[in-house]
Ligand binder design. Structure first.
Ligand SMILES: NC(=O)c1ccc[n+]([C@@H]2O[C@H](COP(=O)([O-])OP(=O)(O)OC[C@H]3O[C@@H](n4cnc5c(N)ncnc54)[C@H](O)[C@@H]3O)[C@@H](O)[C@H]2O)c1
Length: 263
């Protein structure tokens, strides 16, 4: 018997690589159509080639409001949005006293304002009962020397999530934060190249390993799916228990890499 049931629709930012790619793959496997946004057009083309009509891909820079609005507008032709995952983000390293203002602003724009714009425009076209998941970081609650902008932006995401959950709750839209620990992606390849850093990350988990993107996608799938309809304004660590311990000594690791300095 033919079914005319509409497929549920999700929007994912930073969908072309890493965690965003894994989330996209997982939501498609869950039966959703995914509107995928990223600045990496080659990565989007690969996603489209892999998933065919289950993915609608469009270049989107989450720091540009018109770009985010245009991505969200794609949902109209698909019957509105049922989920959104504000995932695009990256870090920067440098001590506060040496940090260029432009770098601080770049991280704030991408990691915090990008999430605000995604909630704003996805929220406008979201169907009642939808789910928004914001990807923060362990660094939202655990400070890391040399990562002031990133830590601050991610802490902001956790609070923005709670306010959004309050404002959108009257439409039964849920908003939650997912906070990954170390995940092996292109973004963290530098950590894997500095001797000792990954070992220190792993020692500071309780489960004794780092994550793969699929570990994060599993949590997103749960928060988007039908088994979490009483879950909102939450902060979900997916960090192998790392928030119970301490962040690796990045300045120490990087200075060992640079070698002894002349006095
Ligand atoms: N990898 C980790 O260990 C880790 C840990 C905690 C949190 N996170 C967070 O998870 C998210 C994804 O990280 P990842 O490790 O998968 O990174 P990644 O670099 O592998 O992928 C990020 C994707 O975002 C895209 N992107 C970058 N700037 C963009 C912009 N302005 N607009 C739209 N897309 C943009 C990139 O092109 C890329 O496809 C980020 O928010 C990151 O802060 C990652």
């Amino acid at each position: 018997m033919a079914s005319d049931a509409r497929q549920r629709v999700a929007l994912v930012t930073g969908a072309a690589a890493g965690i965003g790619r894994s989330v996209t793959d997982r939501l498609v496997a869950d039966g959703m159509v995914v509107i995928a946004g990223d600045i990496d057009e080659a990565g989007l083309a690969a996603l489209r080639e892999h998933h065919g009509d289950q993915v609608v891909a469009q270049r989107c820079d989450v720091t540009d409001e018109s770009s985010v609005a245009a991505l969200a507008e794609l949902a109209a032709a698909l019957g509105g949005l049922d989920a959104a995952v504000a995932n695009a983000g990256k870090g920067a390293y440098g001590s506060i006293v040496d940090h260029p203002l432009e770098t601080w602003q770049e991280i704030m724009d991408l990691c915090l304002t990008g999430v605000f714009l995604t909630i704003k425009h996805a929220g406008r076209v979201m169907n009642d009962g939808g789910s928004i998941v914001n990807i923060a970081s362990l660094n939202a609650i655990q400070p890391a020397e040399g990562m002031a902008a990133y830590c601050t932006a991610k802490a902001g995401v956790a609070m923005l999530t709670k306010v959004a959950a309050m404002e959108l709750g009257h439409r039964a839209i849920r908003v939650n934060t997912v906070a990954p620990g170390l995940v092996e992606t292109a973004a963290t390849s530098g950590f894997f190249m500095v001797p000792g850093v990954v070992d220190e990350f792993v020692e500071n988990t309780t489960v004794g390993r780092f994550a793969q993107p699929g570990d994060i996608a599993d949590m997103v799938s749960f928060l988007v799916g039908p088994q979490s309809t009483f879950v909102s304004a939450g902060f979900f660590s997916v960090d192998g228990g790392a928030s119970t311990k301490r962040y690796p000594d990045l300045p120490g690791a990087f200075s060992r890499l640079a070698g002894p300095t002349a006095s």
